[in-house]
Every structure is written in C-alpha cells, then in structure tokens.
Design a protein around this ligand. Structure first.
Ligand SMILES: Cc1cc2nc3c(=O)[nH]c(=O)nc-3n(C[C@H](O)[C@H](O)[C@H](O)COP(=O)(O)OP(=O)(O)OC[C@H]3O[C@@H](n4cnc5c(N)ncnc54)[C@H](O)[C@@H]3O)c2cc1C
Length: 228
C-alpha cells in the first residue's frame, strides 16, 4: 500500500475505530476454531432484529467480518465463533488473541437474514457460519423452528459443537464441502420453509441450485456468501 493510501486509512481509522474488550478465548481441539467472548460497551444489542456482522481490525489496514452471537443485551457481551483452518490475517489474529486484549472494529451492520415468525428455518453452511446460525436461532421466537446442518472439517469439532450448543442445528462431517451439505439436503423432506445458506460461496450456489431442482420445495432461499 502506498504512503498516501496509508495516510488516508489512518485518518479514517482514527475517526471511526471503536473498541471492545476480549473477555475470554476458547480454542477447540485442534485449535482451528475459536470462541471469543467480547464486551462491546458502545453497542445497543436490543436493536438487533437481524443477524449482524462486525468488521474487526485483524492487522494493520486489514479488516475481516465476523458474526456476533449469544449476546446479552444487559451486559453488552457477545461471542464470535471463528474458523481459522485457513492461513490468513484473520486466522493469525484469532490464534494469537487472549483474555484482556482490546479489539478494534469499524462497525456492526445487519445482514438480510432474520427468522420468519412461525415458519421453519432451515440453515445450511460450513463452520464459518456457525455463529451466524446460532444468532438466527437466538432471534427466532419460540414457535419458530430453527434446524439444519453445519459442516465441520474435524470430527472433534462436530463433538464440541454438539456438546456446547443445545440447538436443532446438526453438525456434519465435511469431506468435500459441496458434497456433504448437498447429500445431507438430499435426505431431507422439504416443504415451504425458509432456507438460509451462508459461508463458502461456491457451496452456497450449489445448494441453491439443488433446492431449485427439488419438486417438494416451495419455500424461500436466502443466501449470504462469506468467502470463496
Ligand atoms: C457477513 C459475514 C460474516 C462472517 N462471519 C464469520 C464468522 O462468524 N466466523 C468465521 O469464521 N468467518 C466469518 N466470515 C468469513 C470471514 O470473514 C472470512 O472467512 C475471512 O476471509 C477469513 O479471513 P482470513 O484472513 O482468515 O482469511 P483470508 O486471508 O481472507 O483468506 C485466505 C484463504 O483462505 C480461504 N478461506 C477464507 N475463509 C475460509 C474458511 N472459513 N475456511 C477455509 N478457507 C477459507 C480464502 O478463500 C483464501 O484462499 C464472515 C464473512 C462475512 C461476509
């Protein structure tokens, strides 16, 4: 990055960056997936009606999006669930994070995903979407069923997801990203539910294609691509 761009970005950062406190970091085994508990004192979480995303500074002039989930409006705390199996600045940042660190972020914005009252929500995505679907589950009213499948690369992560979170989201083994979620979907009876797809973009497109070919599916598809 040239010097003029750096200067412009640092002015922008000085004006916009907000801070939160890292309360705790839990790594799963192996340590390619993390739960990060945050205190965000400037955020009014009561306003959250859709799944949110936070743009976090992970390195100099470098930002990545993550999904705040399991929030508590009174204490203004939440958790990020972050996959770090790839090598990138976001992975390096979360792997080095520890309790007491300050997190800098540009802001928090809405995605288009929110539960439809009284309608079954079927969620599909890879492990980067775990927080996104836990957030959707938190937003859903008691009469709105949230179910679906989240694929993980490690059997131990499947076990951890199942033991830490009491939901109807089923963790499944990701042998080949596209194949495992599509084949899981092939075994499901569909009707007029809302299907939420998030995470790896090529997989998301393949899942949408599969759904459009299903005669039993009369519902709506909502797709939120994360990475490719
Ligand atoms: C709205 C939104 C919400 C998001 N919420 C979350 C979240 O809660 N948790 C989360 O883990 N991610 C989330 N993501 C995805 C995350 O921002 C990206 O995966 C990000 O690229 C990771 O940054 P990185 O620096 O580690 O890797 P990058 O430097 O961006 O990418 C390095 C390489 O790894 C690949 N890659 C990127 N992500 C993954 C992955 N998950 N698995 C395997 N390979 C990958 C890339 O294709 C690239 O080849 C979200 C994205 C969006 C847009």
């Amino acid at each position: 990055m040239n010097i003029i761009k750096k200067k412009a970005l640092s002015i922008f950062e000085n004006q916009l960056l907000k801070q939160g406190l890292v309360l705790d970091v839990r790594s799963w085994s192996p340590a390619t997936f993390f739960e990060v508990d945050l205190h965000l004192p400037h955020v009014d979480m009561e306003k959250w009606q859709t799944v949110q995303h936070i743009k976090v500074k992970v390195a100099e002039y470098t930002y990545r999006d993550y999904t705040p989930t399991l929030w508590d409006t009174e204490t203004r705390t939440c958790t990020l669930c972050i996959n770090s199996s790839q090598s990138g600045p976001g992975s390096a940042w979360v792997s080095s994070l520890k309790r007491g660190d300050v997190l800098s972020y540009v802001g928090i914005g809405s995605t288009f995903h929110k539960p439809v009252a009284g309608k079954r929500s079927l969620c599909l995505g890879d492990s980067s979407s775990a927080g996104h679907f836990l957030a959707l589950n938190q937003l859903a009213a008691a009469d709105t069923e949230v179910c679906g499948a989240i694929s993980f690369g490690q059997q131990s992560h499947i076990d951890e997801f199942a033991s830490y979170f009491s939901t109807r989201l089923q963790p499944i083994r990701e042998k080949n990203r596209d194949y495992s979620l599509v084949s899981w979907l092939e075994q499901q009876d569909l009707a007029d539910e809302t299907v939420y797809i998030a995470g790896h973009i090529p997989t998301a497109i393949q899942l949408r294609k599969h759904l459009r070919q299903r005669n039993d599916f009369t519902g709506t598809i909502k797709l939120q691509g994360f990475w490719s």
